[in-house]
Write a protein that binds this ligand. Structure first.
Ligand SMILES: Cc1cc2nc3c(=O)[nH]c(=O)nc-3n(C[C@H](O)[C@H](O)[C@H](O)COP(=O)(O)OP(=O)(O)OC[C@H]3O[C@@H](n4cnc5c(N)ncnc54)[C@H](O)[C@@H]3O)c2cc1C
Length: 454
């Protein structure tokens, strides 16, 4: 393996081979990765990454970047011919600038570590998702992660001011901008955010921080129909200035998780349950307004019931129904699809999907939940007798309906390998051609994450 020998000679013992390569390098959280790579490089600096890429590029060697391996699209999986650059040792907060309200962070830093550092400095880092303990800032950027605070603070893309990236040929582009306004030509950072390791290796980022809320109010509401969910969302957006989450659960999703986790929340499971959360920006005055707001929505019949969390523990119990860990553990061969649709169409889309999936798989569990306020719907599918073909058949059924509704086959998990064959369901030939041209311009030898996304 001459390239591995060259890398070892240039970089020393940060290059691992054979038995030195840990199992964690086999697959991301989609559990679809089959092989271990032929070598793993664990750099602690951008210069080491640049040196590794220079050598790999000159040899046409495929390179896969691995972050926290929590991705759900197979994007970080490598085959036995690839060399992995693992960012696990490129960690640490380099600076928190309280005047600019920014954090400069190395890409391998786990999201939760960055969140805590922001909090210790009196700020909120608003990027937040269930995998916070393991996923890395670089992975969040490379997938443009969404999560549970998008409604108020936007997706990851909206919270990044500057980036440092190493290109396929080893060029280091340091663009650690701290300013919100900066119209100096093309916005280079946006090429790399959401590119899933196919255009460059993200090594450092300047993230935007926000004021730390004084607390949070959480309510779980029962609703009769999807039309009421949409009406309630519009009213929340108009009347609750600190609204930071609006998460909907269809009846069988809520029932499964509440029963499995022994949560006694409503006497009868309503057709729709919605969690709303409002950031407290100042004092307790917000609390009275929150209660009055829910009282009015009840009187007008937009919602049928509302439970306001009286403690952090109670709020966690609402969220545990939504996060669905019980479902993850109990349903066999669970598939979690992640799509996006215009908000007004989501109710009809869910009915169409449910009918089409039940017609093909009569015994399957099919349920729906999602962030809704940012047009994101998740579909949980489980079939006890599923085989290797089942996920592909399910994808085909769902993404064909997504295409009909002019939706997106990936709201937040990315394309990786698992959705690659369906990309044309949500992108036109001209858009795909432009993506190929950008890829060729930045990585002419096609060494970065080959076979992913495009
Ligand atoms: C329990 C759970 C909950 C989740 N919830 C959400 C959610 O609410 N919203 C959401 O959007 N996602 C969610 N995800 C998916 C996943 O956590 C995100 O996609 C996350 O951003 C991936 O980060 P990572 O560091 O684990 O990346 P990895 O899985 O290691 O990699 C993901 C992709 O990014 C590339 N990559 C990683 N680091 C870099 C880098 N430094 N430079 C260039 N490319 C890189 C990889 O090559 C790969 O293509 C969830 C996953 C789990 C397991």
């Amino acid at each position: 393996m001459p390239i591995v020998d060259d890398l070892k000679q240039a970089l020393g013992d940060i290059v691992l081979v054979g038995a030195e390569i840990g199992e964690r390098h086999r697959s991301d959280a989609s559990l679809t990765g089959k092989d271990l790579p032929k070598a793993v490089i664990r750099p602690t600096s951008s210069e080491e990454i640049a040196e590794a890429l220079r050598l790999c590029n000159a040899n046409g060697q495929a390179v896969v970047v691995q972050g926290g391996m929590t991705g759900l699209a197979g994007g970080a999986n490598a085959d036995g011919n690839a060399i992995v650059i693992s960012l696990e040792r490129l960690t640490g907060i380099e600076e928190i600038d309280p005047q600019a309200a920014t954090m400069t962070v190395r890409a391998g830093t786990p999201l939760e570590v960055a969140q805590r550092a922001a909090e210790d400095a009196g700020f909120l880092l608003p990027i937040d998702l269930g995998a916070r303990g393991s996923c890395q800032i670089g992975g969040n950027l490379a997938t443009n992660a969404g999560g549970i605070r998008v409604l108020r603070y936007g997706v990851t893309r909206d919270n990044v001011l500057g980036l440092e990236v190493v290109l396929a040929d080893g060029t280091v582009i340091t663009s650690l901008n701290k300013m919100i306004k900066n119209n100096t030509g093309y916005d280079l950072r946006q090429y790399f955010i959401g590119s899933e390791g196919t255009l460059g290796v993200i090594t450092r980022a300047v993230l935007r921080l926000r004021p730390l809320p004084a607390g949070r109010l959480t309510a779980l509401c029962a609703l009769e129909s999807y039309d009421n969910v949409v009406a309630f969302l519009a009213r929340c957006q108009r009347r609750l200035p600190g609204l930071s989450a609006f998460e909907a659960m269809w009846q069988n999703y809520f029932r499964f998780n509440a029963e499995a986790s022994k949560l006694k929340l409503f006497d009868d499971v309503p057709p729709f349950s919605v969690i709303i959360e409002q950031d407290l920006l100042s004092d307790d005055g917000d609390r009275d307004a929150f209660e009055a707001f829910l009282g009015e929505a009840l009187e007008e019949g937009i919602i049928n019931d509302a439970l306001i969390a009286q403690s952090e523990k109670e709020s966690r119990s609402f969220w545990s129904a939504r996060e669905g860990h019980a479902m993850d553990q109990l349903l066999p061969s669970l598939i979690n699809l992640d799509v996006s649709l215009p908000i007004g169409d989501i109710g009809r889309f869910a009915e169409d999907c449910s009918q089409a999936l039940s017609a093909r798989f009569p015994a399957a569990h099919v349920s729906f939940f999602g962030h809704v306020a940012d047009s994101n719907l998740h579909i949980a599918f489980s079939e006890a007798d599923s085989d290797a073909e089942t996920p592909h058949i399910v994808d085909g059924i769902v993404y064909e309906i997504v295409r009909r509704y002019r939706g997106s086959i990936s709201a937040e998990h990315g394309i990786g390998t698992l959705k690659r064959d369906f990309l044309d369901h949500s992108r036109s030939p001209a858009e795909l051609d432009l993506m190929h041209r950008i890829k060729h311009a930045l990585d002419p030898n096609g060494i970065l994450n080959p076979g992913k996304v495009l």
